[in-house]
Design a protein around this ligand. Structure first.
Ligand SMILES: Cc1cc2nc3c(=O)[nH]c(=O)nc-3n(C[C@H](O)[C@H](O)[C@H](O)COP(=O)(O)O)c2cc1C
Length: 214
């Protein structure tokens, strides 16, 4: 069996483009490996805690005095990542970047000593600690002008931010599935949804066929 971790971050529980595509991926996975092969982390419905003083004190303490309840959620979310063979993230664009719930998730999982480490090297000061595994990043935007050459290209902080931060902890093997123009619902948007569905079908087939991580 191979484990799929599905992370949804749309606040919409109905008519969400990203949710419909992550659901399609998960359905194909369950058909191949069974219900228990999919772990669903629904950030839109159950947002992670924003990190606070207790979290930072515990995470950055050099000599922790034992298990800390402040890091319990962070530990659980990080453990889920380490257990997954493949990760699928649904990320709508909200105000030019990711939804706040997804940023809270990122703040919980990017942790010194667990998902990255520091070194003394000037050339390579950070080491990712998450062994590489494929991450499928499914995004949806209202406008269609964020791609290279588009008039809003410089305003896209969604994929670049997510690619940077996931790459930072070791998840740099990212397969992008993008939908845009969701606010127009025109022929171009319909074609993008069809293309995205096809990409999801291809990725769920090819990634499920690869050997499981040791
Ligand atoms: C709170 C909010 C903020 C949004 N901000 C943007 C934005 O900055 N740029 C954009 O192109 N679309 C924006 N949109 C449109 C969404 O990106 C678009 O509806 C997308 O399909 C949402 O993903 P979902 O269908 O999975 O919920 C916003 C939508 C919402 C609800």
């Amino acid at each position: 069996m191979k484990t799929l971790l599905v992370i949804d971050s749309s606040a919409r529980t109905k008519r969400s483009t990203t949710r419909s595509l992550t659901h399609r991926f998960a359905t194909a996975w369950r058909a191949r490996f069974g219900d228990s092969s999919v772990v669903h982390r629904d950030l839109g419905v159950n947002p992670p805690q924003a990190i606070d003083q207790a979290w930072i004190s515990s995470a950055f303490e050099k000599e922790p005095g034992g298990p800390s309840t402040a890091l319990a959620e962070s530990n659980m979310l990080i453990d889920e990542i380490f257990r997954a063979d493949v990760i699928v993230v649904g990320a709508p664009m909200y105000n030019f970047g990711m939804p706040a719930v997804l940023k809270s998730y990122i703040d919980q999982i990017v942790r010194s000593g667990r998902t990255f480490d520091f070194t003394d090297s000037d050339e390579n000061p950070y080491i990712p600690l998450v062994p590489s595994r494929p991450l499928v990043l499914i995004t949806s935007k209202g406008s269609g002008e964020y791609e290279p050459g588009g008039v809003m290209e410089s305003m896209n902080y969604l994929e670049p931010h997510l690619a940077t931060v996931f790459g930072f902890i070791g998840l740099g093997d990212i397969r992008f599935v993008k939908v845009a123009r969701e606010e127009y619902k025109d022929e171009q948007w319909k074609q993008m949804v069809l293309d995205a569905e096809q990409a999801v079908d291809q990725l769920s087939t090819s990634l499920s066929a690869e050997p499981a991580l040791a």
